[in-house]
Write a protein that binds this ligand. Structure first.
Ligand code: SF4
Ligand code: SF4
Length: 400
């Protein structure tokens, strides 16, 4: 029985993983090996020559691998350890993959997944169950699989994320299980999601997304993405939020992520709608996750449009002066630094950004090194109110 409640960032049974033996997950630079017996004897007993490639990363034994593929990947892109010795002999992280992102935050455990490497499918039933992942985790019992997270966020942060995830998964299920998803009003699905994200700032108002900010990158906002793409987006949100809150990204981390999300989400949806139009197909979980990672810095500029901000120390990062666009970005960087504490970002950006759409995007991209230097001014500093306060608290995830 697990000692701690677990928050899973995907719906129970809601992700299917039919391994296509594409080998993508076996082409890193190394594999993590069990550390609970001090040295990873299980694999080395079976493959003694592999000992030559052992290396220690912190407290964890890993094995260096050729970039082109793991030592144990056979020509048919199957794992030789599994075919020769059975699944239980595989390294723990490989056995759990793609549900192998395991974290501990205080008393809580979080299990996340990897949708970027592995093409997971969102389904309404019969996907990977939380209980099966818990059973694998309990059988592996390898402490090096679990990363510790900082506990600086409010103690009920993950509890709130869990409740939020259930509300989003319910909307995704509503679209997935309908015999005619086009008959479901997307406005209502989006309104429900927006309510789940609801937060208020220190002045008691919800964070606002300025019309001028939206027009900066979406002069003609597209209609919402298709129901199938929306299912991918709703399902991906809890994992994306978790990674933003606890990741290394200095811009969106922590509680700041929750405050920004109601502004970032509609911008990301616009990008998904345009991506879907360009690809002429629905976007998968892998697509929406990749699009989030690749575009989120752009949404940050727009979300912070109306805010005064402070400059966090040091010189403005050197954008370079290689092209006229670099020179423009450098001038904006200096204007932003000079205006810190006095003017909202949007006032500076709208005065200086190029009129040409592609150039505007390029300049915002060139300005990304500035983002870690900017913080909301104290007057606009967020104070997050717990959404759903007063709601009955439930334990996180399942206990077996
Ligand atoms: S990435 Fe996913 S589909 Fe590809 S081999 Fe790994 S587990 Fe199978
Ligand atoms: S040990 Fe097997 S599953 Fe793990 S990376 Fe190597 S080939 Fe892939």
């Amino acid at each position: 029985m697990p000692a701690h409640p677990t928050y899973f960032t995907w719906p129970d049974g809601g992700l299917r993983y039919d391994c296509r033996e594409c080998g993508a997950c076996c082409r890193g630079l190394g594999i993590g090996l069990e550390s609970h017996h001090h040295t990873p004897t299980q694999i080395l007993d079976a493959y003694p020559d592999a000992a030559l490639f052992l290396r220690l990363r912190g407290n964890t034994w890993t094995m260096a691998n050729p970039r082109a593929g793991c030592w144990f990947l056979d020509p048919e892109l199957r794992c030789r350890i599994e075919s020769e010795h059975g699944r239980d002999h595989k390294p723990g992280a490989c056995k759990l993959f793609p549900f192998n992102r395991v974290f501990r935050c205080g008393e809580q455990r979080v299990v996340d997944y990897n949708p970027v490497i592995c093409p997971l499918e969102v389904v309404n039933a019969h996907g990977v169950s939380h209980s099966s992942v818990l059973a694998d985790l309990d059988a592996i019992s390898d402490p090096s699989l679990t990363q510790s997270l900082p506990t600086t966020l409010p103690t009920d942060f993950l509890q709130r994320e869990h409740h939020l995830s259930l509300r989003l998964f319910a909307q995704a299920q509503r679209l997935l299980t309908s015999p005619d998803p086009s008959s479901i009003p997307l406005d209502d699905v989006l309104a429900q999601a927006h309510r789940a994200f609801a937060v208020t700032t220190s002045d008691g108002r919800p964070p606002r997304l300025a019309a001028e900010a939206i027009a900066c990158l979406f002069p003609t906002p597209p209609p919402p993405p298709s129901p199938r793409t929306l299912v991918s987006a709703l399902t991906a949100c809890p994992s994306l939020r978790f990674n933003e809150a606890f990741g290394q990204d200095p811009v969106l981390h922590g509680a700041h992520m929750a405050l920004r999300w109601p502004q970032l989400w509609p911008l990301w949806l616009n990008a998904l709608a345009l991506g879907e139009k360009m690809a002429a197909r629905h976007l998968t979980l892998q697509d929406v996750t990749t699009l989030w990672t690749e575009t989120k810095a752009l949404w940050w500029w727009l979300a912070a449009w109306e805010e005064p901000f402070l400059w966090q120390g040091g010189e403005s990062p050197d954008v370079g002066a290689f092209t006229p666009l670099h020179q423009q970005a450098q001038a904006i960087a200096q204007a932003i630094k000079a205006a810190a504490g006095n003017r909202p970002l949007g006032a500076i950006l709208s005065a200086h950004l190029p009129a040409h759409f592609a150039q505007r995007v390029a300049v915002l991209r060139l300005l990304e090194p500035l983002l870690p230097r900017l913080r909301p001014a104290p007057a606009s500093a967020p104070w997050l109110k717990a959404p759903g306060r007063g709601a009955k608290k439930r334990p996180l995830g399942r206990r077996s």
